[in-house]
Design a protein around this ligand. Structure first.
Ligand SMILES: Nc1ncnc2c1ncn2[C@@H]1O[C@H](COP(=O)(O)OP(=O)(O)OP(=O)(O)O)[C@@H](O)[C@H]1O
Ligand SMILES: [Mg+2]
Length: 312
């Protein structure tokens, strides 16, 4: 069953240079207890999707489409209902750990706040709950971490604290936005393990947003490939890595070090004046005449969805 359904989501940002089409008709489904990886090059709209789900978009954004959760379109919810939902039903691990924590409040304060505000726990009980969660997430020395301030922690440690905060209310959905970015291999492994534990503890579903295809392969059940605001392919992670369908997916996999480090040819398109037809066609080795004229629609083949004339 679908826990979350994003239907034809369109988000534009008003800027002095024109309308940025950050999300351009994206459709995605997340099932119960499933991890969906959302991958794609920088600037393709991944974080914008994450922010749309929790209505955290800036003032200059215009949003259309549907985001269905618990029989409600989240895009139509009032702020009060959204505040109840954030963290408790759906939580977000923000992309930038340095900015996501408040520098003047202790880690303990920031971890216990959701428990005190949402669940009305007493401070002492909230601290006990926070410590026990950190232990479950294999955090060494929770008592010291609780007393620390963000500036006393490394980037990796802050990222782990953010994961802790995001799951402290046992949300049904965790959205983790680039949680392994800029981390060395050891920390990257720890973060992935922590996310796995967090997910299993509550049988949560997760949207794992990343540039890191190998991390996506390790952690996800399904994968969706995003390009210039659109989802071009989605399917099981296993099938995707065995045989990617879309030419862009193939190019992405070929850019992995173990596949020869061949960068995706060309440059990402303008998000203000994107190419007509298939947005990937200027970079596509298989392009046909029609690709420059008509935007392809999703086709379902063997339980996989792909947007490309090669499969129509
Ligand atoms: N507040 C904003 N105002 C104008 N344009 C924006 C704003 N936020 C994002 N954008 C633009 O929207 C597009 C999508 O941005 P987004 O941050 O969602 O991409 P992303 O896939 O998360 O990238 P990254 O992998 O670098 O995190 C980009 O072209 C970006 O420059
Ligand atoms: Mg992002």
């Amino acid at each position: 069953m679908n826990l979350l359904a994003i239907e034809n989501l369109k988000v534009t940002f008003r800027t002095p240079s024109g309308q940025v089409r950050a999300v351009d008709g994206a459709t995605l489904k997340l099932k119960e207890a499933e991890t969906l990886a959302l991958v794609g090059e920088t600037g393709c709209g991944k974080s914008t999707i994450a922010h749309s789900v929790l209505s955290l978009l800036p003032e200059n954004a215009d949003v259309h489409g549907k985001i269905l959760y618990d029989n409600k379109n989240l895009l139509l919810l009032h702020e009060k209902a959204l505040a109840r939902l954030r963290g408790k039903d759906i939580s977000l691990v923000m992309q930038n750990p340095a900015l996501a924590l408040n520098p003047v409040l202790s880690i303990g304060h920031q971890m216990t706040e959701p428990l005190i505000v949402h669940l009305r726990l007493k401070k002492q009980d909230a601290i006990l709950t926070a410590k026990s969660l950190m232990e479950k997430l294999s955090f060494k020395g929770p008592s010291n971490a609780i007393r620390a301030y963000p500036f006393e922690m490394s980037g990796g440690m802050k990222q782990r604290v953010l994961i802790g905060i995001s799951v402290i209310l046992s949300p049904k959905i965790i959205i983790a936005d680039e949680p392994t970015k800029g981390l060395d291999d050891r920390l990257r492994g720890m973060i992935l393990e922590e996310l796995r534990l967090a997910r299993e503890m509550n049988r949560s579903s997760m949207i794992f947003i990343s540039h890191d295809l190998n991390a996506a392969k390790e952690i996800s059940d399904r994968i969706a490939v995003m390009y210039a605001g659109e989802i071009l392919e989605s399917g099981t992670t296993q099938a995707f890595f065995k045989e990617p369908l879309h030419p862009y997916s193939k190019a992405l996999l070929e850019s992995l070090p173990e596949q020869g480090f061949k960068p995706v040819p060309g440059v990402p398109p303008s998000m203000i004046h994107p190419p007509r037809g298939c947005k990937f066609h200027p970079r596509c080795p298989h392009k046909k005449e029609i690709c420059a004229k008509k935007r392809p629609v999703f086709k379902r083949t063997n339980n996989r969805d792909v947007k490309c004339v090669l499969y129509s």
